[in-house]
Design a protein around this ligand. Sequence first.
Ligand code: ADP
Ligand code: MG
Length: 238
Amino acid sequence: MGQITLSGVTKRFGDVEVIPPLDLQIGDGEFVVFVGPSGCGKSTLLRLIAGLEDTSAGHISIDGRDATGLPPAKRGLAMVFQSYALYPHMTVRKNIAFPLRMAGMDKAEQDRRVEAAAKVLNLSSYLDRRPGQLSGGQRQRVAIGRAIVREPAAFLFDEPLSNLDAALRVGMRMEISELHEKLRTTMIYVTHDQVEAMTMADKIVVLNAGRIEQVGSPLELYRAPRNTFVAGFIGSPK
Ligand code: ADP
Ligand code: MG
């Protein structure tokens, strides 16, 4: 579960080709980071995988199944949004259960999943609070909890920490890495921050103007950057 293959995936907005035909394989359980400068197409690529944007050409398969035309809810993936997407008037429990309630899931199963997610995220004693009564880090964990309860094949993160202050960001980075250790579910994480990419990734995909410059482990990219763009971005001399 969590194997994602992109073949010739292309995205045009009007006449502008934001993603030229692109191939990429993401393996089961990998922590993959899309990194690159602002405007290089990271969010667009993630949104194509999530089904929030239609591909202009090419195919996306998820666990061997063609997902190209499927709506987001049918892809079995969960996008983790920034914590400000929480409902302030709902308890933590209700916020986390929200996607399950929308899907009409049995209440006992909702409770089971919410409590299991809260345990993994150390939120068990906060389930009856409201987001306003939580710290920034706890709020971000609630947003992650909302993804966990769906038991997705992969988690998709789009710069989830960019509205947190620097100290909190470092802590949350570690928490997300620990979560990956615990769940071993595929995660695709978008960031423009090289440090985040180098510390969190099993595999880094370096993007530049919608093209993949290089794919490799942090060590591979550091030791053998393919070109000056990658070298400059990863910060090692070429
Ligand atoms: P990143 O996330 O790496 O900052 P984006 O994927 O948001 O980059 O954007 C890549 C390019 O696509 C940018 O030039 C952006 O202006 C353009 N773009 C993104 N979304 C749209 C859209 N809905 N319509 C037109 N252009 C878009
Ligand atoms: Mg973006």
